[in-house]
Structure formats: structure tokens, C-alpha cells
Ligand binder design. Sequence first.
Ligand code: ADP
Ligand code: ASP
Ligand code: MG
Length: 441
Amino acid sequence: MLVLKFGGTSVGTPERIEKVANLVTAAKGRKIIVLSAVSGTTNALMEITNALKSDDATRATALINTLEDFYNNFSKKLFKTATYQALGEEIISRHFSLIRLLAAGKYDERTGRELLAQGELISTEFFHTHLNERDLKSRMLPALHFMSIDEDHEPELEKISERLQPLIKSLEKYEILITQGYICRNHKNEIDNLRRGGSDYTASLIGAAVRADEIQIWTDIDGMHNNDPRIVNNTFPIAELTFDEASELAYFGAKILHPSTIVPAQKFSIPVRLKNTMDEEAPGTIISDSSEKGKIKAIAAKDGITAIKIKSSRMLLAYGFLRRIFEVFEKHQTSIDMISTSEIAVSVTIDDNSALNEISEELMKFGTIEVDHNQTIICIVGNRIAEKNGVLKLIFNSLGMIPIRMVSVGGSKNNISLLVETAHKEKALNLLNDGLFDDYR
Ligand code: ADP
Ligand code: ASP
Ligand code: MG
């Protein structure tokens, strides 16, 4: 069994949906197709929920009308015959009646999440109907029937697997099964989602649940690049990554993968292949257990980081100090990404500021606190690069005079992280790109 996920741009126009259908039918054997919403839709639905949240019904109505017009035009181009155009209209009218009904009621978070789910529900129905029009046999596998998360918003992999396996068995005669990325049910059985970009995570969870042979993430670029192509020129695709390398890159900001994508695949050693829908011949990236050691593979950057420094002379020669500090973060369910210590101070970084005031107040009991906002973690990744001689010299030489607030090395063999002010990020990524990859181009 293969799992093939196509992102928003891959299903972003009627022509691309046709292309996806060709790719899917060309792939041998049984496969589960995971689709995102048509690109721009989740953002548009977000805007609608924001308008409703701020009680702006006029704006919400205008946004809904615009989105419906977009889909009507889309459907007219996607479906070729009068019968199927009527089916397209019926799909749109059903979903937009629901959207209007939800918008008319009292707004709460649950309404918002149900609104957000409509994007993936529409794209998959469109795709299924398009395959029918082309006489290609397929079946829908509704994500809301099997994809679930627990109270802590964690996917329930075992339960997902228990629900999915018999479903798939009962549909044995279908080669193509279609499901929605991103959406799921929560512990209250309400419609929920796996957070922005979550369709990648869906694909990996399904891959793990059915013990797929391979998970393929089809997107608008030819694989994981060595640096962020939105910021740096001259980036290039990486042929192979280990699960650990890819995990670090995804977690530290490589947008091509949702941060948690690799976890379920790695659990069952299922290879994850990144492919370009617009250039199917390009080799892409294969993520598996093995990859070349000792090479700097890629750089990723994560913005929105806050650094907190706790300075205290009481820390000198004291034991248990770090534990007490960490307990404060644990109590406020805030995870720490980087840490660096000296005899009288410790600096940590967090990416979630929602409990920052409470945390700062409690930390003041230990000493003086300094908080720096607008920081970026730059993460340099490669299989066992931290063991490579001269790697730090290469990194620091490349960065020249860029001020570095924190460095983390030795935490993992595969990762060296630096903290810089976000204002220096673009320059830092470009300098590192020039300095670190010369041998590999
Ligand atoms: P999809 O809609 O298919 O999920 P995304 O927009 O979420 O696609 O992810 C693909 C985009 O990720 C690329 O177009 C690229 O701009 C961006 N990106 C950021 N960092 C990287 C990287 N290191 N390698 C490849 N793409 C990256
Ligand atoms: N449609 C969702 C989003 O835009 C999920 C995804 O595309 O992966 O975030
Ligand atoms: Mg994505």
C-alpha cells in the first residue's frame, strides 16, 4: 500500500487536479490519496472565522460569496459534461449552505473548526467526482470516521489503525482510496484539525496505521532543499535524509513538512518520499533510516522565538537549580527548545509566549530575568555533523560579524543550533549557504 499526499498547490487549479489524477493512476498497486484543501481556501476560511469572531457579519458574507464564486468557476473548468457540472454545483451548494448556516449561528471555537474543515471536504469530493467522470474507480475514506486526537491534541495512532485496517479491507476491490488531510475528531467527537499544514501529518499517520510501503508527499518543489528557498537563492534539493535529520528540519521551520510528519513514519521505518507534482521526473528526497554521515545537509530557521535569561549568584555551585527552573516551564506547559548555561546564569528559548508573564513572575524568585523577543533559531542539520572536526569553525567563519545570542552543540549528533535576532536571519541564512555547501554543489 502507498500513501500519496497532494498539497494545496498540487490541487490548486482544475488542470492540476487532472494531473494529480494521472499521477495517481500511474502509481502501481493500492493507494490512499490524502488531499489538502485547494490552495488559498484554508486562509479564506480562516478570514471568515476571524470576521465572525469579531462580529462582522457583512465581511463574513462577502468573503463567503467570493469563495463560492471561486469554486463555481473551478467546477465549470474541472467538470466537462453537463451531468458532472451539475454534480459539481451540487457539491458546492451543499458545502456553502452549511458554511452559511454555521456563519448565521452563534460563533464559538467549534463552529470555527467545522468551517475550516470544509476546504478538505470540498477538494476530496471534487477529486472523487473528477475520477468518476473519467471512469476511474475510487472510493472515499472519510477522515472524520477514523482520524482522531486525544485531550492533549495528540493523534491516537492505535485507534486510528484499528478503525482504518478493517475499513480498507472491506474496500479491497478499490485501488484508489481518497481521504482528507488535516481534519480529524477530538476527544469530544467534535470536528478538529491537526493544525496548519497538517495534511502531511495525516499522510504519515495513515502510513503508520496501515504499515504502508511508502509515504509520498507531493508538493510544489523538487524535494527538501538545503536551505529555505523563499529566503536564499541557489538552494538545491537533497537526495537523501535520515528520519532524524528530516525531523529536525521540519521541527525547526522547513515548511515543506509539518513539524510532526516524520514521527509516525519513523516509528515503523516507513520511507517518506518528497516529490514535485509540477516536475514528476525530478528525483526529490527520500527520507529513511540511512543517509551519508558527516555531511552538513541543510539549514532551517524557526522564527517567533523568545529567549529568557535567568541570572543568579545562588546558582553558583548549587545543585537542583536547573530542576526548579524547568519545573516552572513544565507547570505552564511550555516547552524549551534551546538551553545554554554558565556558572551564574541560564538562558532558555521558548516558541510559545502564552504563559510568558506567569513564567517570568515565578522565575524572578530565582534571580534577575532578561527577556528578548523576536529571536530566530537557525538549525544546521546533518547525520553526525556535531562529531565532524572543524564544523564549528566553518559555521562561525561563514557568519562573520553576525551576533549570535546562543549556541547549542552536543545535544544531538545531528544538529547544531544558533540563536540570532530575527533581523539578522536573512543575512545569516545567506552567509551560511555560501559558506557551508561549497563542497556539495
Ligand atoms: P503544500 O501546500 O504542498 O503542503 P507547502 O507550501 O506547505 O506545500 O510546502 C512547500 C513549500 O515549502 C515550498 O514551496 C517552499 O517554499 C517551502 N520551503 C521552506 N523550506 C523549504 C526547504 N528547506 N525545502 C523545500 N521547500 C521549503
Ligand atoms: N489546508 C490546511 C492548511 O492550509 C492543511 C494543509 O494544507 O496541509 O493548513
Ligand atoms: Mg504544507
